[in-house]
Write a protein that binds this ligand. Structure first.
Ligand SMILES: [Zn+2]
Length: 445
């Protein structure tokens, strides 16, 4: 074995073999040795975790809206990736919309890469977008290294990223299956939303009624059938309606290639506790009732939901319209990139889950979803991306301590367990001053 750059020793390391005491040797940014804790391992630098700390693989957040360029006042690569690092996230994949241009062709992807270059504190990959008319651009985006394609089935909230009709989704899936690319879907049905009561005013229950479970259920049923007909790989984004879990499980038993994610806010918050006018809680699909939340936890336990990712979707405080508290006009989106780990951990451990479960939902499975071969695990040959976490330490969420550009958060004032003490990217401790993040391409990371 050659010279090791770094050796990290911890009495609790979350690996595929469970929670174990190990020393991890790092060379050239990758994990080059894993030995029992009591065995000697020498490196140029050595880090020994405190007794209250656990070594986790850096989290992989495959659902982040960075918004740069075009809406950099909402969020940008520098602020988003600093927030990610502070939250133990070492890899994120940027969504194709809310930036201008949206990532719907290779020219736009180049614009985004140029905007991101040199200012990322963690590694960043990109999703492409599937919109009406860009079918011929999908293969080029795939070859340029996007990790898959996102589409909407209803208005996306921004006009420059139009949604696909069902026949257009089928065409796009037939195209993607020809090079085995993944389609990730915002699954709410346009017609069902059009027929739901329209929402205006301060009452959360009116907003909830305007985005019914049925709209999600209908759209997911449609995505399942299109995936069945075409053989394409599909992924349900930000699952909120627990009604859809049996459908997803049944489709999988039939061999349909479908995965699903949910988000920290659907697992930790509930409609009954959202004050009227509190538009920091507005997101689409919406946060639903407490009983629905418990069924989502069951879905995670059963493995029907694969991943927990942030859907970090920030905006300026002005767009949340706190002046009038109107759920109809406020921007829908929750910024939680920095808080996903403690938010999920606080509720997970209360329900008897272990840190290994959190790592599966927030690192291993998202890495597999996007096709990262060297991310999301502490194992030989993987990137030396780590989060040092004190799982029993607690803190109260103070928006001023968040690195998000706009620290608007529904978690304000909540006491959360799980403090991220440091974050390591390819064997280097992440600090705010020196951005070491790389821009990732499919097949190369
Ligand atoms: Zn999103």
């Amino acid at each position: 074995m050659g010279e090791l750059d770094l050796v990290v020793g911890a009495r609790r390391v979350i690996t595929g073999a469970g929670t174990v005491a190990r020393r991890i040797g790092v060379a050239g940014g990758r994990i080059a040795a894993i030995v029992p804790y009591d065995q000697e391992l020498r490196g140029a630098r050595e880090l020994t975790l405190a007794d209250d700390e656990v070594l986790l693989p850096g989290l992989v957040d495959t659902h982040v809206h960075v918004n740069e360029p075009g809406r950099t006042d909402w969020e940008g690569f520098a602020t988003a990736t600093r927030a990610a690092a502070a939250g133990g996230v070492t890899t994120l994949v940027d969504m194709p919309l809310n930036s201008i241009p949206p990532t719907v062709d290779t020219a736009a992807l180049d614009v985004k890469r140029k905007a991101a270059e040199g200012q990322c504190a963690v590694d960043v990959g990109f999703w492409g977008g599937a919109v009406p008319g860009n079918l011929p651009a999908l293969r080029g985006l795939h070859d340029a290294g996007v990790f898959g394609f996102k589409c909407f089935l209803l208005h996306a909230g921004v006009d420059e990223f139009p949604h696909l009709r069902p026949d257009e989704l089928e065409q796009a899936l037939r195209e993607l299956v020809s090079f085995d690319a993944l389609m990730i879907v915002h699954a709410e049905d346009s017609t069902a939303i059009d027929h739901a009561p329209s929402c205006h005013g301060e009452r959360y229950r009116d907003f909830l009624a305007s985005r019914p479970r049925g709209a999600e259920n209908t759209a997911i049923a449609q995505v399942i059938e299109l995936a069945r007909w075409t053989g394409a790989r599909v992924h349900i984004l930000h699952l909120s309606s627990s009604d859809a879990l049996p459908m997803i499980a049944s489709a999988r038993r039939d061999g349909v290639r479908i995965t699903a994610e949910t988000c920290p806010h659907y697992l930790t918050l509930c409609a009954e506790e959202i004050p009227d006018g509190a538009t920091q809680y507005k997101c689409c699909p919406p946060i639903r009732e407490a009983d629905n939340r418990e069924l989502l936890w069951r879905g995670l336990a059963d493995g029907i939901i694969d991943c927990v990712v942030s859907d970090h979707s920030p905006c300026t405080p002005e767009l949340k319209r706190f002046d009038i508290g109107d759920f109809g006009v406020a921007w829908g989106g929750i910024a939680s990139l920095q808080l996903g780990l403690p938010a999920v951990w606080t509720e997970a451990r209360r329900r008897g889950f272990a840190l290994g479960d959190l790592v599966r939902w927030m690192a291993w499975r998202p890495a597999e979803l996007a096709g990262f071969a060297r991310k999301g695990r502490i194992a030989l040959g993987y990137d030396a991306d780590f989060a040092v976490v004190a799982p029993d330490a607690a803190f109260v969420v103070d928006p001023a301590a968040l690195h998000h550009r706009n620290p608007v958060t529904p978690y304000q004032g909540r006491a959360l367990a799980g403090v991220v003490r440091s974050t390591w990217l390819r064997g280097e401790q992440v600090d705010a001053a020196t951005p070491h993040g790389r821009l990732l391409r499919r097949g190369e990371s």
